[in-house]
Design a protein around this ligand. Sequence first.
Ligand code: IPM
Ligand code: MG
Length: 359
Amino acid sequence: MKPARIAILPGDGIGPEVVAEAVRVLKAGAFDWLQFEFVEAPIGGAALEANDDPLPPRTLAAARSADAILFGAVGDPRFDTAPRAKRPEQGLLRLRQELGLFANLRPATVFPGLEAASTLKPEVIEGLDILIVRELTGDIYFGLPRGIRAMPGGEREGFGTMRYTEGEIRRIARVAFEAARRRASRVCSVDKANVLETSQLWRETVTEVGRDYPDVQLDHMYVDNAAMQLVRSPRQFDVLLTGNLFGDILSDEASMLTGSIGMLPSASLDEAGKGLYEPIHGSAPDIAGKGIANPLATILSAAMMLRYSFSSEAGAARIEQAVARVLRSGARTADLGGGAQAPVGTRAMGDLVISELHS
Ligand code: IPM
Ligand code: MG
């Protein structure tokens, strides 16, 4: 059988370190009948440095022709003052848009034993299992017009446009309802319909789509309230459906419920189910190159890849269970707060997961 082609885009900061561990896990796992072929390409600051372009044509081509994409992180403070098109983040944003990766799935679960790593009380987050479904190719992230313009009198004004078409809302809503059917059958749609027209249309359209899913309970919540409820009583949520901007913010917030942003994986899927898989944490330039970053979010992203791109539920579950066993054994990277033992580094954490895969 033809090997599955995986494009590896390590990117910036800790990206290369954590991606390396996920690749080792994929190579070591012997997952079902799957054989992998890896093609690496530069993106973000790394690509700006080499090609003056955060998404060089050969990287886009490698991503297009791959069956799935494993992505590290983009972001490098050296480019903070560069013009927008020459910033590392544009590499990722353009890739999402070019490949139509509109459906971003961000599960937030608390692994047994990690309850104490969260800043919230263990009884608030124990057993937490939320799926954030974030729309990824629309909203004020991509809406035109946008820019910074000079006003009469010389003062400058920044502006952007929050916009969603009914079609864009419908397709992401369907992803959320379908996902809810495989879980606890509840969707909470997050918006700001009391203030924003875009949100008003969002709420109307999600409500309409909900009629096709009478077996799924649908609620709506304003984003400010949702941000509050997430730390007040997060277990009330099953699937959280949001637009691009609100989802960006709420998913970072949700990550802290689980103990560390270093634990959250994600999948970004197109209409055909092709996916890009990435940890939700960023490039963390402050700890890059030190070998202390937590590779588990990326390793768990590789598990999502097996589940969504290669229909290997068994392979995904094997990785997730290996991670759970490693954590139960007490091993912790520095971000998880020292357990009983001294913190383990990036590579050592990868080794532990690999040895659990074989046990
Ligand atoms: C994320 C990140 C990106 C986003 C950045 C790096 C462009 O924060 O994936 O959540 O804002 O979507
Ligand atoms: Mg973000």
